[in-house]
Design a protein around this ligand. Structure first.
Ligand SMILES: CC(C)(COP(=O)(O)OP(=O)(O)OC[C@H]1O[C@@H](n2cnc3c(N)ncnc32)[C@H](O)[C@@H]1OP(=O)(O)O)[C@@H](O)C(=O)NCCC(=O)NCCS
Length: 171
């Protein structure tokens, strides 16, 4: 089957459409309950994917395969990320806050990213990793708990200086 048709029929695509529609209303302060509650439960049952409307998800997210994907409401996901099945982006089990994921991050199947940590742009998270500390731009995090491995050939910019520039932009 052609990739576009296959993508349009995928569970990830359906879950994202529902998220984006309700997010559109949420950003404009237009109430959608109790319809949203019912639709979100149906999406969870049929796709195994839970993305609350409070989570901030950038454009171009691709979700591959069925199920086991849970986002905490405080999660931020950048642009053009790829997520496989079984990924949790959450807190530490108590209200610790949730991760911020950069742009173009690949999160492998079964990975858990927990707590108020940052995953830099272009990072890769290996399958089944449990990530508890921040991952620099272009970093590779693998294992339980995850350790950071360098990626040969990846041009690392200074993560600290990029963070400084971002906070200067915000004023
Ligand atoms: C992490 C990943 C992206 C590979 O990235 P990469 O930059 O090509 O890294 P490499 O394969 O060169 O591996 C680098 C090191 O990490 C280790 N590693 C790679 N993936 C790992 C994983 N998931 N868990 C533990 N260690 C892992 C390698 O053994 C290697 O270790 P070494 O430096 O001690 O030799 C890939 O292994 C992965 O996990 N992809 C997820 C894909 C997925 O979820 N597919 C589901 C399809 S249905």
């Amino acid at each position: 089957m052609r990739p576009t048709i296959r993508g349009a029929l995928s569970q990830g695509f359906h879950a994202l459409i529902v998220y984006r529609v309700f997010r559109w209303f949420y950003e404009r302060g237009i109430p959608t309950q109790p319809v949203r509650f019912v639709v979100e439960r149906c999406v969870e049952i049929t796709t195994g994917i839970s993305i609350p409307v409070m989570a901030r998800v950038g454009p171009g997210l691709r979700i591959h395969h069925f199920g086991g994907i849970v986002f905490h409401p405080e999660v931020v996901v950048g642009a053009d990320c790829t997520i496989y099945h079984g990924v949790t982006l959450g807190d530490m089990g108590v209200a610790t806050g949730a991760p911020r994921i950069g742009d173009r991050v690949m999160i492998g199947a079964g990975a858990k990213i927990l707590g108020p940590i940052e995953v830099g742009d272009d990072a890769k998270i290996g399958a089944n990793a449990v990530v508890l500390t921040s991952v620099p731009e272009g970093g590779l995090a693998v294992g339980v708990p995850a350790t950071i491995k360098s990626r040969p050939g990846f041009r690392h910019e200074s993560y600290a200086s990029r963070a400084q520039a971002r906070s200067a932009e915000r004023g």
